[in-house]
Structure formats: structure tokens, C-alpha cells
Design a protein around this ligand. Structure first.
Ligand code: PMP
Length: 387
């Protein structure tokens, strides 16, 4: 058997490699994957059970149940003050992952360039490469709290540039792009006639009473933006596999054709659960509260470890921690910590190459008592190394 060039071009996932390595140890505190341990709201679980028992378990329209698209339109109206036509401008997907994939598939030709702020969610790079297009990375730095700078985007633009991907709030940094920076990015995008894929999967996990803004609402951006979103993080529904896209009608039309060829539709009981999630019966505030508590706990513990620094975690359940003062690279730190204290973290370079060699990413998807235990193991680890 001979595998395709396309398949062989995929980069093996570093986070999965560390996750698999961590499974070899017992008693591991696993801070690797972004998979929250919280249950979805009870009414959402019940809605899925009711759908199953009522036999609502067949295929739906490729674009998803129209009732769900209507609920998403109502949510978008609240979120952005913009109206989207549920029939032509909204598509339900198998998670935000499929949404991001289909957006890129529907827009890119081989040779097109896509600007991706780094560090980034790894799927973007892999999908862009697998479509024969070229990712162009624009590095962000702790000095700017990992917020991409409009002039850096402008410098990366060439005649081949088609797209810019934004992910605010960001995995892996937790950074949120402020409104005034979004204004300037929008001006650049319009000036160079680009299109934006705005992945807003973490937009309801913003701490300290703040809200994330979207490039979608900037003047002239509605017709050049596709918003990727989903239920995984906002409602703790990762395994339910439902997401959505808001995009101009021609894109939604081809994406709907594409999904027929890969998955047909999102799982139907999950779509009924998603309708319930967006209803005003749902109270998902416990999810944000819990992650904010954990974020506070992580920052609090970091105060006791001068060798590890962090520029803050305003959103999401990830933080990028600088470990350079330990004398180790992020990868050395992660591997040695796993071996000696069974705490699993991912090295920052996995999310954007050597510019992030000094970092590790922590995903705080477990409760504070375990997080505190992880940090006391990290303290022991550093103490033993300094002896
Ligand atoms: N975008 C980003 C930035 C993510 O971190 C993730 C999941 N880790 C996704 C999209 C995909 O989410 P979903 O479970 O909805 O496919």
C-alpha cells in the first residue's frame, strides 16, 4: 500500500504525542488537552435523551435542522446585533473543527497564502497545508500579551494572500484582541481585499466581567468574514460534536455540498440538545464561573514559582507559561516534569515553532484541588533540580 503525498504531508500532532506518552504513567495529572471535565447543563442532556427516545435519530438536512439554524440566528443577533438568514447564511457542522475545515476548503486554491497569527491552534496549519495552500505565520509576543499587531499582518501580505485567520480569545494563549486593534485589522483586510475566518469558539469564556469583540461587526466586514463557533466550550459539549458557521450565502451553499460528501450532518440528538442549549431555559454561567476560579488558582500558584511567568490569562482555559528561567526549554521542561512528577503539559513550540521554545501550555480543565496538587509537584520538581 502506498499512502498519498497529502497524507504524508500531515505533521504528527505534538499535543497527542505528549498525551499518549502521559498515558504510560500512573497517577498523571493531565493538563494537556482542551477537554473540560464539566457536564453540559442538565436541560441540555435531557433534551438529547428525549430526542433519542422519540426516535429523532436519523439524518437532518446537510446544513442542520432549520430550528437549530433559527436559534443560532437569534443568538447571532444578540451577540453581534446583525441578522443572518437561517436558510442561506448559517450552517450547522460537526463541531467548530468541521466548520473551520469547510471554510478553508470552500475558499482556498493551491498556492494561496493564509495569514495565521502564532502561536495557533494546530488544525489551521494542517488544513491549509492539506489543501495545497501556504500558511504564513505572524508571530505574537508576550510584550503585546500575545495580541497580533495590525502592522505585522500588513507586512506579511503578498499578492497571493487570500485569507486571515483570527482566533480571539485564543488557544493556546488565552489572549483577547481588543476592539481598537480589531478596527485596525479590519482596515488592513479591506485595503488588501482579504477575507477573514474568525474562530470565536471561546467567546463566552472571557473573565473579569469582560466580553470579547468580533471583527464581524466592523464596518465593511460582514461580507468578508466567516465566523466559526460551536457548543463544545460554551456549554461543555466537546463530545457532542456540534458547531456552526455564519458566512456569506455563496460560501454556506458550497460548504453544505461539501459536508454531504464527508459527514452528511451533525448528529441529530446533539442538534436537538443544541437547540435547547440556546434556549432561555439554559443557565451555563457555572461553566464560566468555574473556569474563572481555576484561572485565579493558576495565577495564584504561579505567584509562588518565580521561575515561571505568565502575562495573564484573560480568557479560555489555557495559559502560555514562560519557563526559560528554569534553564530548560519548554520541551525539556515538559518531558522532565512528566517523567519525574507525572504532570503533563505541552511545550509551546508545538503551537508555533521555535519562537515559543521558552513556553509550555497549561490547560486547566480540572478542578482547583488537582491544579494545586499539580503546582506543588512542579515546585518539588524545581526544588529537586536545584539541589
Ligand atoms: N477552534 C479552536 C481554537 C479550538 O481550540 C478547538 C478545540 N480545541 C476548536 C476550534 C474545535 O472545537 P469543536 O469541539 O467545536 O470541534
Amino acid at each position: 500500500m502506498k499512502l498519498s503525498d497529502l497524507a504524508l504531508n500531515l505533521t504528527p500532532s505534538e499535543p497527542r504525542r505528549i498525551y499518549d506518552e502521559a498515558q504510560k504513567y500512573t497517577g498523571v495529572i493531565d493538563l494537556t488537552l482542551g477537554d473540560p471535565d464539566l457536564p453540559p447543563p442538565l436541560n441540555v442532556q435531557e433534551a438529547a435523551c428525549r430526542a433519542i427516545m422519540a426516535g429523532k435519530t436519523r439524518y437532518s438536512a446537510n446544513a442542520g435542522l432549520i430550528q437549530l439554524r433559527e436559534a443560532i440566528a437569534a443568538d447571532a443577533e444578540k451577540e453581534y446585533g446583525l441578522s443572518f438568514d437561517p436558510k442561506s447564511e448559517i450552517m450547522v457542522s460537526v463541531g467548530a473543527m468541521e466548520s473551520a475545515y469547510l471554510c478553508l476548503w470552500s475558499l482556498l486554491n493551491p498556492g494561496d497564502e493564509v495569514i495565521i497569527p502564532a502561536p495557533f491552534w494546530i488544525n489551521y496549519r494542517e488544513v491549509v497545508i492539506s489543501l495545497g495552500a501556504k500558511p504564513v505565520f505572524v508571530e505574537t509576543s508576550p510584550e503585546n500579551k500575545f495580541v497580533v499587531q495590525p502592522e505585522e499582518i500588513e507586512k506579511a501580505i503578498t499578492p497571493q494572500t487570500r485569507l486571515l485567520i483570527l482566533n480571539s480569545p485564543s488557544n493556546p494563549t488565552g489572549a483577547v484582541i481588543p476592539g481598537e486593534i480589531l478596527d485596525r485589522i479590519a482596515e488592513t483586510v479591506i485595503k488588501h481585499d482579504l477575507f477573514v475566518i474568525s474562530d470565536e469558539i471561546y467567546n463566552h469564556l472571557v473573565f473579569d466581567g469582560k466580553k470579547a469583540e468580533s471583527i464581524l461587526t466592523r464596518p465593511g466586514m460582514r461580507e468578508r468574514t466567516a465566523v466559526v463557533n460551536g457548543f463544545s466550550k460554551r456549554y461543555a459539549m466537546t463530545g457532542w460534536r456540534v458547531g456552526w458557521t455564519l458566512a456569506p450565502a455563496p460560501m454556506i451553499r458550497v460548504m453544505t455540498q461539501m459536508t454531504e460528501n464527508i459527514v452528511a450532518c451533525a448528529p441529530l440528538p446533539s442538534q436537538y440538545a443544541a437547540i435547547e442549549a440556546l434556549s432561555d431555559r439554559t443557565d451555563e454561567s457555572y461553566i464560566l464561573k468555574e473556569f474563572e476560579k481555576r484561572r485565579n488558582c493558576v495565577l495564584d500558584e504561579l505567584q509562588t514559582i518565580p521561575e515561571i511567568t505568565c502575562v495573564g490569562i484573560p480568557a479560555t482555559f489555557y495559559g502560555l507559561l514562560n519557563v526559560s528561567a528554569t534553564g530548560m526549554s519548554g520541551e525539556e521542561f515538559a518531558m522532565a516534569l512528566l517523567k519525574s512528577k507525572q504532570v503533563a503539559l505541552i511545550h509551546g513550540s508545538a503551537y508555533g515553532g521555535k519562537a515559543y521554545n521558552d513556553f509550555v501550555r497549561i490547560a486547566f480543565t480540572m478542578d482547583c484541588s488537582l491544579l494545586r496538587r499539580a503546582f506543588s509537584r512542579i515546585r518539588e520538581f524545581l526544588k529537586e533540580r536545584s539541589l
